[in-house]
Design a protein around this ligand. Structure first.
Ligand code: NAD
Ligand code: UDP
Length: 330
């Protein structure tokens, strides 16, 4: 019997995690392996490396497969978590056509697998489906404000197309889908060359480099600690209803300037804050409405405050062996 999770399945499951070597995927694999499930971790290692999951490689219920989700994959599984996709703007804009292919073709291949094996499939969708929102906080009913042909579109529209496919496989083929809209998440396990704001600021602060705020720093994000996110994700997979997309994130909203100042304070860094041009289509505000998550996920809500999560993340980055990591865009 699997134990330890609120609403955990009664039996051990054969679980496929695509993007399983990445930031969220490695935490998810660790959690599922610890619960006793048979985990297949599939990854093409675009934005990750084996070191992320090194502690799992000798576990008898863990299997690592190097594979690209744009190609069909065959296995007998009970559950599929589809996380494969670069998530940092720097990474997903490096090869935007591949990003779109990963979201769309990856989803199509995995939905086909879910249909054949009658497995349940969860899509890691994103707050980016709301684009640069003119509603805040963003509830699931909001259709979004997305540029269809800008530099972020490969990701935003790729994920929106993936959602369409998920709901069409549900309506047309009765595939047992779960679509989770994940908001900015951070924590140990992030790639040092990830390029997203939390890892950038911490690395810059620890190395005494200038801290690069894009724009005037008044844009907001709501940062969720990885443990809270994974808890919600596993609960969502294991609740029995298909309930439309569900937001998952921390509703505490901060400006990017506040984040920079907090990182400077917590690291005790002498780095100075500098201002650089705001990238195109950078959303001005982002904050999840988590009413639906609370309702369907046994009162799930984030437990970890930004300050505490940052402290853990700073410790992780301090102890990182940088020789093990390479910049995916170089
Ligand atoms: P990440 O870049 O650390 O992990 C993504 C993983 O997918 C990497 O291991 C990468 O090598 C792999 N991958 C990429 N393209 C692939 C392909 N074609 N075939 C196989 N593997 C491939 O990113 P993350 O933060 O762990 O994000 C995981 C998922 O969650 C992504 O789908 C992302 O869109 C979604 N998400 C994350 C956040 C967040 O804040 N972390 C927010 C919203 C959505
Ligand atoms: N950002 C920043 N400096 C950086 C990296 C990012 O000011 O070094 C800003 C970015 O412009 C955005 C916010 O931080 O407004 C969050 O960026 P991130 O890349 O983490 O993710 P996004 O939420 O935009 O996908």
């Amino acid at each position: 019997m699997a134990t330890g999770t609120v609403g955990a399945p009664a039996e051990f499951q054969r679980v496929l995690v695509t993007g399983g070597a990445g930031f969220l995927g490695s935490h998810l694999c660790r959690r599922l392996v610890a619960e006793g499930h048979e985990v297949i971790c599939l990854d093409n290692f675009f934005t990750s490396q084996r070191i992320n999951i090194a502690d799992l490689l000798d576990k008898p219920n863990f299997e690592l497969v190097r594979h690209d989700v744009t190609e069909p994959f065959h296995a007998e599984v009970d559950q599929i978590y589809n996380l494969a996709c670069p998530a940092s703007p720097v990474h997903y804009q490096y090869n935007p056509i591949k990003t779109m292919k990963t979201s769309f073709m990856g989803s199509m291949n995995l939905l086909g697998l879910a249909k054949r094996t009658k497995s349940r499939i969860l899509q890691a969708s994103t707050s980016e489906v709301y684009g640069d929102p003119n509603v805040s906080p963003q509830p699931e009913e909001y259709w979004g404000h997305v540029n269809p042909n800008g530099v972020r579109s490969c990701y935003d529209e790729g994920k929106r197309a993936a959602e369409t496919l998920f709901f069409d496989y549900y309506r047309q083929n009765n595939v047992d889908i779960r679509v989770l809209r994940i908001f900015n998440t951070f924590g140990p396990g992030m790639h040092p060359y990830d390029g997203r704001v939390v890892s950038n600021f911490i690395m810059q602060a620890l190395q005494g480099r200038d801290i690069t705020i894009y724009g005037d720093g008044s844009q907001t994000r709501s940062f969720c600690f990885v443990d809270d996110l994974i808890e919600g994700m596993v609960r969502f997979m294991n609740q029995e209803e298909t309930v439309g997309p569900v937001n998952l994130g921390n509703p505490c909203e901060f400006t990017i300037k506040e984040l920079a100042e907090l990182v400077v304070e917590l690291t005790g860094s002498t780095s100075k804050i500098i201002y650089m041009p705001l990238p195109n289509d950078d959303p001005k505000q982002r904050r999840p409405d988590i009413t639906k998550a609370k309702k369907y996920l046994q009162n799930w809500e984030p437990q970890v405050q930004l300050r505490d999560g940052l402290q853990k993340t700073i410790e992780y980055f301090k102890n990182l062996d940088m020789r093990r990591y390479k910049d995916p865009t170089k």
